[in-house]
Ligand binder design. Structure first.
Ligand code: 5GP
Ligand code: ZN
Length: 114
């Protein structure tokens, strides 16, 4: 999608610190980390949010989850513990409308909610 910032990262039009990539999935560091380790996992094919994606590309959701699992085992994340979050809609804090999963890891992650 032409104006989508994450599509631009996929296409190499804007830089990102890429930590994982395969044919379907890409992951890079969040520009404003909310934990010691904060990555964004996305599918290369644009879908606005998880609800759309489950409809349009359910296989893609699994591909992202597999990538997160693989990455967590390759790094210390699986051992240390981590959290996966996706925001859907502005009131939930979604600001980029290309489905992404926040992957957060830290010595201690506070409870989420408010
Ligand atoms: P959302 O608010 O939609 O759940 O998450 C969007 C995330 O994308 C935010 O945590 C924000 O810091 C991150 N972000 C926005 N623009 C960029 C960018 O150009 N590069 C990277 N690496 N992260 C970005
Ligand atoms: Zn996009």
């Amino acid at each position: 999608m032409i104006d989508c910032i994450f599509c631009k990262i996929v296409n190499g039009k804007i830089p990102a610190e890429i930590v994982f990539e395969n044919d379907h999935v890409m992951a890079f560091r969040d520009i404003q980390p909310q934990a010691r380790e904060h990555f964004l996992f996305i599918h290369k094919a644009h879908q606005a949010d998880l609800v759309e994606m489950v409809h349009e590309n359910p296989e893609g959701v699994l591909q992202i989850m597999k990538a997160i699992g693989e990455f967590s085992k390759k790094t210390k994340m699986k051992e240390n513990g981590f959290r996966v979050v996706t925001n859907i809609g502005r009131s939930a804090g979604q600001s980029v409308f290309h489905t992404h999963f926040h992957v957060l890891s830290d010595n201690h992650l506070g409870r989420f909610g408010k």
